[in-house]
Design a binder for this molecule. Sequence first.
Ligand code: ZN
Length: 239
Amino acid sequence: MKEQIELLVKLQEKDRALDRLRQQKQKAPERLQDLEKELEAFEKVVEADKKRIQDLKKAQRQYEADIENGIAHIRKSRGRLMNIKSNKEYRALLKEIEDTERESAEKEDKVLDFLEEQEQINRELGAKEKGLLSMRDRLESEKIAIAKEVARVQKELSDIEESRKKLAQIIDPQLLKKYEQIKALRGGIAVALVINATCSECHLGIPPQMYNELQRQDTLEFCPHCERIIYWKEAEAAA
Ligand SMILES: [Zn+2]
């Protein structure tokens, strides 16, 4: 029984390693997803900036055209002023000229605002685009690093899976079946070392009678609390 338990302990070590490696393999691409999301969000910011500049340019052109039209209109109206006989009509046209002039001045102010905002965005956009480039570089090198890591983990997984298979073949089939059942029920851990008459997995005490049996190492014992297969090590007696 002692040898069989020792084999089970080895099997469990391999199963633990396999669990850890499988998690590692699964987590690696998640890191990439985070980085991709970050990049995507930043790309949207830069796109929004560019769109805003386009909108500002469009509005600026519209206003400039309006101002040009206004100037032409004023010129024409001033020409008409000379030929107007009616006082009332004269005043009305004069007011219209003044209104157009005021609107033009307001639009000129707006155009200045648009230009200022464009300058402001452009200044920051340069730095943002640089940041975007370095983020893309980082993503690329991270992709390579993760692919390498996944390949390394996969190799390790296959090696351990292979040696686990060989190990399982020399374990008593009934015992192996029991091990697998407990493993499935107890969070992947089926075998527990007993130290100072305490189960190292559930941390509860083993009754003295059972503890004595366990130290003889010729029977299969189960923790009365967590029901895992328990074992004892000679080293504990020495220590
Ligand atoms: Zn236990």
